[in-house]
Design a protein around this ligand. Structure first.
Ligand SMILES: O=c1ccn([C@H]2C[C@H](O)[C@@H](COP(=O)(O)OP(=O)(O)OP(=O)(O)O)O2)c(=O)[nH]1
Ligand SMILES: [Mg+2]
Length: 166
């Protein structure tokens, strides 16, 4: 699909897929920045796009930065509406408890995934049709990480225990 893109910075590279089959194109920051532990900021990408109606673009984290630096997107995935013509921005937060993270101009900070999205009409009803799940949610199927306590010296939280419904 062809999508119109405007460069707001003459030097910013046009985003491109790294490999055939990749879902996202990497976005860069046009501003250098340094984030202290726990700090967040909004980084400019130097591009704006015009998506056709019925599509949206989603700003996703890059897993390498998440694993190496604890970098997360506060609003992941960020939603870029088809009608949005402003600069795509990336809201990052440094979740590392100790280390700062530094970005240079044109470092790749996030990835953009374009997807078709459904538009729906809501029809209000008094009762919804039944389903196997019904109102179960928020962990109703069990198998949760141990929270709020020791993990018994294990580096990882326990995810195997099915403690509910017993
Ligand atoms: O990570 C993001 C998320 C959003 N946007 C832009 C595109 C999107 O179309 C617009 C609005 O985003 P959203 O609807 O998530 O924010 P809002 O707080 O609901 O703002 P608005 O009232 O303008 O819809 O901001 C970005 O550039 N990056
Ligand atoms: Mg909105």
């Amino acid at each position: 699909m062809d999508v119109l893109l405007r460069r707001l910075d003459p030097e910013v590279p046009v985003p491109a897929y790294g490999h055939p089959g990749d879902a996202g194109v990497d976005l860069v920051t046009t501003e250098a920045a340094e984030l202290a532990p726990g700090e967040r900021t909004v980084l400019p990408t130097g591009v704006s796009i015009a998506l056709p109606d019925g599509y949206a673009a989603f700003v996703h984290p890059r897993s390498g930065l998440a694993a190496r630096c604890g970098l997360a997107l506060v609003n992941a995935p960020g939603t870029v509406d088809a009608g949005y013509r402003g600069e795509i921005k990336v809201i990052v937060v440094n979740l590392d408890p100790r280390e700062s993270v530094r970005f240079e101009r044109f470092d790749r900070i996030a990835q953009l995934v374009v997807q078709q999205v459904e538009k729906v009409r809501f029809h209000e009803v008094a009762e919804l049709p039944g389903s196997a799940r019904a109102e179960g949610g928020f962990g109703s199927t069990g198998g949760h990480a141990a929270v709020g306590g020791s993990t018994g010296g294990n580096e990882y939280a326990s995810v195997g225990g099915d403690r509910e419904g017993q």
